[in-house]
Write a protein that binds this ligand. Structure first.
Ligand code: AHR
Length: 659
């Protein structure tokens, strides 16, 4: 049975005289076109969104590169691993760097077995109740691979999925290491379904071997032929169901780098064969394998039917994390700008160009559909805008068709925001301004008219936003109220979608028990996905996107226009190219409301069947593993000569479609 089982109700609605609220929509009065790219996604590897999340890799720290740039210690290289698993086999594991697989992958582990039967294993993503370890399913097939080198070793290495104690949970594969680095691969089939399996290697002889890049992925994944290895299917489907028009990637803060230049996200580190990608410390507290690198992000965009919107650093480290190393000087900036131009060549260039050729070699001959480039994330002040200008001018000179996106700081209002905005309007009016704000839920209700008076020429990308509820137990909840406030705000965004051309919630994904930020749109465990109320708002608004806003007005029964904040009702109306009408209504008043909806001048004579998707519940309701309290319900609405009474529960978002 489908997870969000739709309750199909038939509501026969006849106009009832004396309704307190009336919504009149004029289908013959277009106001402006709706941006066709309005709703999209922002993906950042925060909360283990990529490694331990969307990336199909089930092992953690597969290449022993794990290292916290802020507090390095040798031990971190063994994070996620357990050695000497089998008591009958004595031996020793040491971290080595002398003869690595390649210079980008400098660390490996040398295992010396003093007795046959020495075992070592990868634990996957943790072992607590939420973290789970490696989720194994009976009958499912898994691709396993590892790079091995025998030093003085004449035996085999057996690989099996096991319990922590070494009890087999799958069939086994046997690898024979040679004297040079070599990749060994096999397919294992699960014999049991467990949440905490380990990938276990056992040496059957005495001697030494070197080990690197131990990988395990379910065969059922998206993008198995991408060089990075592919993505977790259930999470890709959750993204697909949001109908995203664009994907902003790969961050966020991780793009900029924190405190030291070594931490900068360099796209070239993330492409090519996966064992040659140069892992980097993640500012959110863990290592990025880059198994989802720029190539995979572009492929994911194609998979989702979304336009790619990459973000690159602007020549200064994260401004919010002072003190930090000096910004790039002119020389550094020139070379960084070349890196950015190389990225554009990677996406758009032909096989006869250096970086276009790499894209072809990686498996994608056609250029990617790249139209946008964001330069900087949440930056501000002269130190940023002078660097932005240099980079964007170079980009525009080489690729005039690219829309450059300029950061407008990390806040919604105040002097820093005002100065950034003024500077953008003055210096970069043809670029798109990237606004970010995380505000309390009620702020969103008070600010649905934020963009009404913006000049229409300079476009806005609302690149990060979310309604923040007070934290409980250190966590801000994804409750229905926050989702309703976002829905109300989105009615204002749609009404202003001639100037706000794109928007995306943030952050997108969080692994339960491994999060650094709340709230998040989608939560997941090793094998389950939790769609939050906020997720369903995004989905409902995105899947029903009209082509043009039409005039609509909410009045009382005397015809006086009602203010949103007073009535608690928020709305927007649009029409589609084929004559349909879409009405979005949000009730945050705290009481049930019946709104008399009247669609004037539409082609809906007599009784017309409409559809309605409704999200409602208790204010504080949240969704959890195995407890989906809030999910949209599908209903039918019968309009009579364009009129219907719509009853909205106390906290409710409804999308009504008249085809
Ligand atoms: O979305 C989480 C973080 O919030 C992003 O990395 C950053 O851009 C913002 O401050």
């Amino acid at each position: 049975m489908r997870r969000f089982l739709a309750l199909v109700l038939l509501i026969l609605c006849l106009p009832v005289p004396g309704n307190a609220e009336k919504l009149i929509c004029d289908a013959s009065a277009p106001v402006h076109e709706i941006s066709p790219t309005l709703y999209g996604l922002f993906f950042e590897d925060i909360n283990h969104a990529a490694d331990g999340g969307l990336y199909a890799e089930l092992t953690q720290n597969r290449s022993f590169e794990y290292q916290d740039l802020t507090a390095p210690s040798a031990y971190q290289h063994l994070n996620g691993w357990q050695f000497n698993v089998h008591p009958e086999g004595n031996g020793k594991a040491s971290i080595e760097t002398d003869l690595p697989l390649n210079e980008n992958n400098p660390t490996y582990v040398r295992i010396r077995a003093d007795k046959a039967g020495y075992g070592f294993q990868n634990l996957g993503y943790g072992s607590s109740a939420f973290r789970g370890g490696i989720v194994l399913r009976e009958g499912e097939r898994y691709d396993v691979s590892v790079w091995l080198r025998g030093i003085d070793y004449g035996g085999n290495v057996t690989v099996t999925l096991t319990t922590k104690a070494g009890e087999a949970l799958s069939d086994a594969a046997v690898f024979t290491p040679g004297g040079a680095w070599e990749k060994h691969a096999a397919v294992l089939t699960g014999r049991s379904s467990v949440q905490d399996a380990c990938l276990t290697f056992v040496m059957d002889a005495v001697g030494e071997i070197d080990v690197d890049m131990a990988s395990l992925m379910p065969q059922d994944r998206v993008g198995a032929d991408w060089p990075g290895g592919g993505l977790r299917r259930d999470l890709v489907e959750a993204l697909r169901e949001l109908h995203p028009r664009f994907l902003r990637f790969p961050g966020g803060c991780i793009v900029e780098g924190s405190w030291v230049w070594d931490n900068l996200y360099r796209w070239k580190d993330t492409v090519g064969p996966v064992e040659q990608r140069k892992e980097n410390w993640n500012t959110w507290g863990y290592m990025q394998s880059y198994g989802i690198g720029f190539y995979e992000y572009f492929c994911l965009c194609e998979e989702l039917g979304a336009l790619p919107l990459p973000v690159v650093g602007s020549g200064l480290l994260c401004q919010a994390r002072e003190p930090y190393e000096s910004p790039m000087n002119d020389e550094g900036l020139a070379s960084w700008t070349q890196d950015i131009l190389d990225l554009l060549e990677f996406a758009l260039g032909g096989a006869d160009s250096e970086w276009g050729r790499l894209r072809c070699e990686m498996g994608h001959e056609a250029p990617f559909d790249l139209k946008y480039l964001a330069i900087g994330n949440e930056n501000w002040a002269d130190i940023y805008f002078t660097r932005y200008e240099k980079i964007r001018n170079a980009v525009k000179a080489a690729y005039p068709q690219i829309t450059c996106i300029v950061a407008c700081g990390p806040v919604a209002e105040g002097s820093l925001f005002n100065a950034s905005r003024a500077r953008i309007l003055r210096a970069f009016p043809d670029d798109t301004a990237d606004e970010h704000y995380y505000m309390d839920s009620d702020w969103f209700l008070r600010n649905t008219h934020r963009y009404d008076l913006y000049p229409r020429s300079t476009k806005i990308f609302l690149g990060e936003y979310a309604a923040h509820e007070p934290a409980a137990g250190g966590r801000r909840p994804n409750n229905l109220y926050s989702a309703m406030c976002e829905a109300a705000y989105l009615t204002g965004i749609e009404r202003n979608s001639d100037v706000v051309t794109m928007c995306c919630y943030a952050p997108l994904l969080a692994r339960l028990g491994m999060d650094q930020w709340t709230p998040d749109l989608i939560w997941f465990s090793g094998d389950q996905v939790v769609r939050t109320p906020n997720y369903y708002v995004q989905q409902m608004f995105s899947e029903s996107l009209g082509d043009e806003i039409i005039r609509s007005e909410l009045t009382d029964d005397q015809g006086a226009v009602l203010r949103e904040t007073a009535s608690g009702l928020y709305h927007t109306a649009s029409r589609t190219a084929d004559g349909g009408v879409i009405i979005k209504l949000v009730n945050v008043s705290g009481t049930e409301k019946t709104v008399a909806v009247e669609v004037q001048n539409g082609d809906f004579p007599g009784a017309a069947a409409g559809g309605m998707k409704m999200l409602s519940g208790q204010m504080q309701d949240t969704n959890a593993l195995d407890a989906e309290r809030i999910a949209p319900q599908d209903m039918q609405v019968t309009f009579q000569d364009g009129c219907a009474d719509i009853t909205l529960p106390a906290y409710c978002a409804a999308v009504i479609t008249l085809p």
